[in-house]
Design a binder for this molecule. Structure first.
Ligand code: NCD
Ligand code: ZN
Length: 400
C-alpha cells in the first residue's frame, strides 16, 4: 500500500466506453458521470486502479473543528471522536460561551473526566481548546491564552450566525485591537465565514463575507493567521487557494458529499441542515477539488455538531450535522471516489497539525474497504442523536 501512496500520478482516465482512456478534467468522474471507474497512469507508465486498495494505514488524524457540548451528552460524543482522532480543536460555543483561559481549562478538565478510563490512562487524546471572541475580549486575556499550553486559537462568530452565537461580534472593527494582539502573539483566528445581514441571501453569506470581512481583515492585519472554517463555496476555495500562506481552511464531510438538493429529497431533511448551509453542485465540486488537491491550505475539520433528535426534528430545527461517528470513513469515501486516496493522509493527519505548529501524531489507524450500515440512531445523554447518513451503507471501516 505504501508504494501505491507514493506514486506520482500523471493522468486520471475513465475505463468505461465511450470515454475509454481519455484524460479526465475532473478527477471524480468523466463527463458521463461514470463514478468508480477512474484509473490513473503514473510516471512509470503502469496503469492502475485505486479500486484495488483494500486497506489504508494513515498517521492518526486530527479533527480541527469539533463541537463536544457539555454535561452528560459529552461522554457519548467523545467516544466517537476518540476512536478516530488523536487531537481535536474544541469549539467554545457552549450555552455560556468559553471566553477566558480559565474557563477553557475548566472545560478541558471536564472533557478529560468524560473520557473512558482506558483513554484517560493511556493519555491518547488531546483536546485543543479555543476561546470565543466577544466584543468584551481584552488584550490581557489574549496574552493569557497565548501563554497557555492548552489554548490554541480564538473563534469568531458573527452575532446571530449559528448555534449559541448571541455573544458573537456585531462589527469586526470593534475587535481589531484584540486581533492585532493575536497577530503579534501568533494566536490563530478561526472564522465562521458568513455575514448575517438579513438582506443577504442565505446562499450568498459566505461569498459576501469574503468581500466585506475577510479580505479587508487580511489587508489590515497582515500577520494574523486565519482558518476559514467549514468552507462551502467555489468563492472560498479560490480565495484561500490564491491567498497568502497564513490563511487556511477546514472542510467537512457533508460539504464534500452533499449538495443543497439533499435538504429537500422527498420532503424537508432536518438532519442535513447545518451552517453554513449546503450549496449547489458546482460549489460542492470545487470543495472536493480543494480537499483532494494536495494543497496544505485545506485540511480536515468535521464541524460535527450534535443536537438531540427532538432539537433537529422541530418546527425550528437546530443547525448541525453529526458526522463524528464515522468521519474518517466518510472522508475516505470522497478521496476514493476521486482516485485520490493517496492524498487522504496529508489532508487528515499532516496539514492541520502543520498549520497549528504542532508535531504530527505518532500512532496510526487502518481503514479497510468493508461495507457496513450506519446505525439509525445513537445514544445522546437521555435522548438520541441521528448520525449523518443514518441507516445507509458506509464503504470503509476503521479497524479497531
Ligand atoms: C454548529 C453548532 O451546532 O454548534 N452548527 C452548525 O451547523 N455547524 C455551529 C457552527 O459551527 O456553525
Ligand atoms: Zn462549528
Amino acid at each position: 500500500m505504501t508504494a501505491l501512496l507514493e506514486l506520482e500520478i500523471l493522468t486520471y482516465f475513465c475505463t468505461q466506453a465511450p470515454c475509454h482512456k481519455q484524460k479526465l478534467t475532473h478527477p471524480e468522474h468523466c463527463i458521463f458521470k461514470h463514478f468508480g471507474y477512474v484509473q490513473f497512469q503514473t510516471k512509470d507508465s503502469a496503469y492502475d486502479t485505486l479500486k484495488r486498495v483494500e486497506t489504508l494505514t494513515l498517521t492518526k488524524p486530527d479533527d480541527m473543528h469539533l463541537h463536544l457540548r457539555e454535561g452528560d451528552v459529552m461522554r457519548d460524543v467523545l467516544a466517537d471522536s476518540t476512536r478516530q482522532f488523536a487531537r481535536v480543536i474544541v469549539m467554545p460555543n457552549l450555552k455560556s460561551p468559553v471566553v477566558s483561559t480559565e474557563q477553557a481549562l475548566d472545560y478541558r478538565r471536564s472533557i478529560i473526566e468524560s473520557l473512558s478510563e482506558d483513554i484517560q490512562a493511556r493519555g491518547e487524546f488531546n483536546p485543543l481548546m479555543t476561546l470565543y471572541l466577544t466584543e468584551k475580549m481584552t488584550v490581557d486575556e489574549i496574552t493569557k491564552a497565548s501563554q497557555s499550553a492548552y489554548v490554541h486559537a480564538v473563534k469568531y462568530y458573527p452575532a446571530g450566525a449559528t448555534t449559541n452565537s448571541d455573544s458573537g461580534v456585531t462589527a469586526i472593527d470593534k475587535v481589531y485591537p484584540v486581533l492585532e494582539a493575536m497577530a503579534e502573539q501568533n494566536l490563530p483566528l478561526l472564522m465562521h465565514g458568513e455575514v448575517t445581514d438579513t438582506d443577504v441571501d442565505v446562499f450568498d453569506r459566505e461569498a459576501i463575507f469574503i468581500e466585506k470581512i475577510l479580505s479587508p481583515l487580511m489587508e489590515n492585519i497582515p500577520d494574523l493567521r486565519i482558518v476559514f472554517e467549514h468552507i462551502t463555496t467555489k468563492d472560498a476555495v479560490d480565495y484561500v487557494r490564491e491567498g497568502s500562506d497564513r490563511l487556511a481552511a477546514t472542510i467537512t464531510p457533508q460539504h464534500l458529499l452533499l449538495n443543497r438538493n439533499a435538504l429537500f429529497v422527498g420532503g424537508i431533511r432536518p438532519h442535513h441542515y447545518c451552517l453554513p448551509v449546503l450549496k449547489a453542485e458546482e460549489h460542492r465540486r470545487a470543495v472536493v477539488d480543494a480537499a483532494t488537491s494536495g494543497s496544505p491550505k485545506f485540511f480536515l475539520g468535521t464541524d460535527s455538531a450534535p443536537h438531540s433528535r427532538e432539537a433537529k426534528e422541530s418546527a425550528c430545527g437546530c443547525a448541525g450535522v453529526y458526522s463524528a461517528h464515522n468521519a474518517i470513513e466518510l472522508y475516505a469515501e470522497v478521496f476514493e471516489k476521486t482516485a485520490c486516496l493517496h492524498k487522504l493522509e496529508a489532508f487528515a493527519s499532516h496539514y492541520g497539525a502543520d498549520f497549528y505548529g504542532l508535531p504530527r501524531n505518532k500512532g496510526t489507524i487502518t481503514l479497510e474497504k468493508n461495507q457496513w450500515q450506519i446505525p439509525d440512531y445513537l445514544p445522546f445523554g437521555e435522548s438520541k442523536i441521528i448520525p449523518f447518513r443514518a441507516g445507509e451503507p458506509c464503504h470503509w471501516k476503521m479497524k479497531q
